[in-house]
Write a protein that binds this ligand. Structure first.
Ligand code: C2E
Ligand code: CA
Ligand code: CA
Ligand code: CA
Length: 277
């Protein structure tokens, strides 16, 4: 066992090395990937749970790396954040989502577009200008654009409040993503111009099996309503979870039970079928 211990150690170092190589490579390649058109968006439908009508989509970015294939945002967004490349990448995502949203709006499809915004992008001094630019280049009512931010931006509450107020003036809708995983309270958030609270998928997944998760969901819904937030549940994978949410007053959601994130062609097909003209 001792003998192989040495080999294991070497193996471990090697594995670490290759992980670092991959990260280094991704970071290096990220710089050109926008110009090389390697990013694209998928769209996950958001539904009114009682009627199953699609009222919106969430844009989710993917990276088609020429050698490594499709890379998950869970892997490359943190790398883009570390290197500040999230700012130009985030701008591209907003512009792409904005252009798509205008096409749908002009075609008579009334669907709201939500875009994820990372904390570093949100805090960039040009962020509000970028949102303004996207709205003026693509003429659709601003409430058709939503921004999903996480509780982590609340660490700098003073600066975030100012940015949120500017965004509110533009007319876009703001959601707090992954709610319940951070440390912000709903009462603090209620003083800010926030429209939606997205209940984190970890609570949704356990809501029908774990009584603690169930009561957390109930509390978030109840308090959220009293504070005049609209509630959305993410990560709905089972019928029972949807039923639990409806019974407890959360009437909007998304998740694999309804649809995974879809390509543009796939989501358009759904949207045309779904539309009440
Ligand atoms: P998120 O914003 O919380 O997005 C939800 C994630 O859960 C997405 O993963 C989505 O595909 C996945 N999901 C949806 N329904 C279900 C379900 O029923 N069950 C499970 N297990 N998962 C579900 P994805 O697309 O891999 O994105 C991961 C994270 O990467 C996102 O989490 C978000 O934090 C980040 N991200 C994705 N796209 C963007 C983007 O355009 N900009 C920024 N800044 N971040 C993004
Ligand atoms: Ca999100
Ligand atoms: Ca989320
Ligand atoms: Ca997340």
């Amino acid at each position: 066992a001792k003998k192989s211990g040495k080999n294991n150690f070497k193996f471990y170092v090697h594995e670490q090395g290759s992980l670092l190589d991959r990260k280094f490579m991704l970071e290096h390649n990220l710089k050109q990937a926008i110009d090389h058109h390697e990013f694209y968006l998928e769209y996950q439908p958001k539904l009114e749970l009682q009627t199953e009508h699609i009222y919106g989509v969430e844009a989710l970015v993917r990276w088609k790396h020429p050698e490594l294939g499709v890379i998950s945002p869970a892997e490359f967004i943190p790398i883009a954040e570390e290197s500040s490349l999230i700012v130009p990448l985030g701008k591209w995502i907003l512009q792409e989502a904005g252009k798509q949203n205008k096409k749908w709006y002009d075609a008579g499809i009334r669907v709201k577009m939500a875009v994820n915004v990372s904390a570093k992008q949100f805090e960039d001094p040009h962020f509000v200008d970028t949102v303004h630019q996207v709205l003026s280049e693509n003429q659709f009512p601003p409430q058709y654009l939503g921004l999903e931010i996480t509780e982590s931006v609340m660490q700098n509450i003073h600066q975030s409040t100012l940015i949120l107020q500017e965004l509110k003036k533009l007319g876009v809708k703001i959601s707090i993503d992954d709610f319940g995983t951070g440390y912000s309270s709903l009462s603090v958030l209620s003083k800010l111009p926030i429209d939606f609270i997205k209940i984190d998928q970890s609570f949704v997944h356990e809501s029908t099996t774990n009584p603690i998760a169930a009561s957390l969901v109930k509390t978030i819904v109840e308090m959220g309503k009293n504070l005049h937030f609209e509630l959305i549940a993410e990560g709905i994978e089972k019928k029972e979870q949807a039923e639990f949410l409806i019974e407890n007053g959360c009437y909007r959601g998304q998740g694999y039970f309804y649809s995974p994130p879809l390509s543009l062609a796939e989501v358009e097909l759904l949207l045309y079928k779904n539309q009440i003209w």
